[in-house]
Design a protein around this ligand. Structure first.
Ligand SMILES: Cc1cc2nc3c(=O)[nH]c(=O)nc-3n(C[C@H](O)[C@H](O)[C@H](O)COP(=O)(O)OP(=O)(O)OC[C@H]3O[C@@H](n4cnc5c(N)ncnc54)[C@H](O)[C@@H]3O)c2cc1C
Length: 500
């Protein structure tokens, strides 16, 4: 995942001669984090967030259901890049954050219908320890030999389809062989991006690993260097993800949203207000047409931030920057359902003893990944109970989302019966659907984003902030919001400076 471009420090300028009017379309994390930063940088500005639904937070939401605490979307964030941690410090909630539990850290992979532990030290697509790779039953002898040859595979000078980038599928097949891809890397990556591995961009999602190839000649050589310098100390003690680098909130990820909201003046947030269109004002600035339950109205703003999913942003930009609109329309987003089950521990005949597992496509199952939320963080389920979140659909099995909630929970229970021996009625069952919520960073993504941003320089006063550009994770999204807010503040400050 690429990271935001720069870290921003507050530079308050309370001396703007007039009160600039800024509007933010979309009240998800992108919109709220931008509003928060703008409010810090331009305390005199009039800021309005317009959110189409009845609550802010977008895909981030948590709720209590009986004695379980259910995160409907994200359930943790990475401490690196540091933007999310820094925001938590500013918001005064950093001491509330909780770390993943120590017992049970690690992920498994379904292999021939059984759950097999990921080799110790294997993170994303890199093995930082050799011996566990030699011993793993996930690869055949031939697959292991092919993996061990990675050190001698030449660096590809031109990368795949568009000379710059290539898919994760092509990269891993080329360097480590198809078994490594199909049985380990593809399910792990699909678990994060719910994506088609043969379309997902290496540079946009695994940039640092692509760079290891070009800098060191192979991932194996890069890993040797990093081991000597101690850079891989966290990875060497992890399996699947670097769990020590994740944090969560005791009452779920919604606490981040609530905290942001509590730092904004109440009048900033307008829920149940859908933005229908955006056009250039005949005087100066931008006109927005807004729809609430009872009326439609038009309002004018000096600056507009579009913090909506790519398809909506594309529609809103159609009349004012068709080239950027068409490039944004090319960024697809996958849909996913999370089936949440709360069960007694005794209902699981074969406990997985890990934080979760992922499922390779070759297993021909109907679930993508399964997370044991109550094993990862304390406070998610009562004693002797387990909170399970199972991901279904994504880019590779979108047809499954045609099924009803009842059908989806039935199919998940059937899969979990076979994989962990789950039986009996769950105490809670929820099906949460996220339609086109996960932007897909396909091959060429970085070029596409550079073109979008270059086209947008032609429409001064309109900024796009979104998880569809520079990283889908919570931390990169906050980093992008900081950068965008700083650019807007600097533009408004310089336009109000009579000497400029
Ligand atoms: C299932 C799932 C699990 C995830 N898990 C993690 C995780 O564990 N860790 C992590 O770091 N990241 C995770 N992510 C990613 C991260 O949560 C998101 O990238 C981020 O929250 C997106 O925020 P956003 O504001 O860009 O988009 P959104 O949350 O989609 O917000 C966009 C908002 O715009 C509003 N809107 C749309 N159209 C209009 C309109 N016309 N007018 C007004 N408002 C409009 C929408 O209603 C919505 O509220 C996950 C994402 C998903 C979907």
């Amino acid at each position: 995942m690429s990271q935001h471009r720069s870290e921003i420090t507050d530079d308050k300028n309370a001396s703007l001669p007039s009160q600039p009017k800024i509007c933010i379309v979309g009240g998800g994390l992108s919109g709220l984090a931008t509003a928060y930063r703008l409010h810090r940088l331009l305390p005199d500005a009039s800021i309005s967030i317009f959110e189409a639904t009845s609550r802010v937070g977008g895909v981030i939401h948590s709720e209590r259901c009986k004695d379980y605490l259910v995160d409907h979307g994200a359930d943790m964030f990475a401490t690196n890049p540091p933007a999310a941690m820094r925001l938590c410090e500013e918001l005064g909630v950093v001491d509330d954050l909780i770390e993943p539990l120590v017992k049970g850290r690690g992920a498994k992979i379904v292999n021939g219908g059984r759950l097999v532990a990921l080799p110790e030290g294997f993170v994303l697509m890199r093995a930082t320890q050799l011996w566990p790779m030699v011993r793993t039953p996930l690869l055949s002898i031939r697959g292991k030999l092919r993996f061990l040859m990675e050190r001698w595979i030449p660096v590809k000078t031109s990368r795949g389809q568009d000379e710059q980038d290539e898919s994760i599928g092509d990269f891993v097949r080329r360097r480590m062989g198809h078994e490594m891809l199909d049985r380990i890397v593809a399910p792990l990556t699909a678990g994060i991006y719910t994506a088609d591995i043969d379309r997902l961009s290496m540079l946009a999602t695994m940039g640092p690993i692509a760079k290891m190839e070009t800098t060191h000649g192979s991932l194996a050589k890069a890993t040797s260097e990093r081991r000597k310098s101690g850079e891989d100390s966290v990875e060497r003690n992890s399996a699947g993800a670097r769990y020590s680098q994740f944090r969560a909130f005791p009452e779920g990820m919604v606490q981040l949203i609530e905290s942001l909201v509590s730092h904004l003046p109440a009048e900033v947030i307008n829920t149940d207000t859908k933005v229908l269109s955006l056009s250039r004002s005949t005087v100066e600035g931008w006109n927005l047409s807004l729809k609430t339950d009872d009326a439609e109205r038009c309002e004018s703003f000096d600056e507009v931030v579009l913090a909506t999913p790519p398809r909506i942003t594309s529609n809103l930009l159609q009349g004012i920057c068709p080239s950027a609109a068409s490039l944004l329309a090319d960024i697809e987003a996958s849909s996913v359902a999370i089936v949440v089950l709360g069960v007694k521990q005794t209902q699981i005949a074969r406990p997985a003893n890990c934080f979760g597992f992922v499922v390779p496509l070759s297993e021909k199952r109907k679930i993508l990944a399964c997370s044991f939320a109550s094993e990862k963080f304390r406070g998610r389920a009562p004693t002797d109970r387990v909170l399970i979140r199972v991901f279904v659909g994504g880019a590779m099995q979108p047809e499954l989302l045609q099924q009803s909630d009842q059908e989806l929970s039935n199919l998940v229970r059937e899969e979990l019966f076979e994989l962990i021996g789950l039986s009996g009625e769950p105490e809670i069952t929820q099906v949460v659907r996220w339609h086109e919520a996960m932007p897909q960073y396909h091959v060429g993504h970085l070029d596409r984003v550079a073109k979008i941003e270059s086209e947008l320089t032609e429409v001064e006063g309109v900024t796009v902030v979104s998880n569809s550009l520079h990283g889908v994770g919570i931390s990169p999204v906050i980093g992008q919001a900081n950068t965008a807010a700083a650019q807007i503040a600097s533009r408004l400050n310089s336009s109000s400076d009579p000497s400029s």
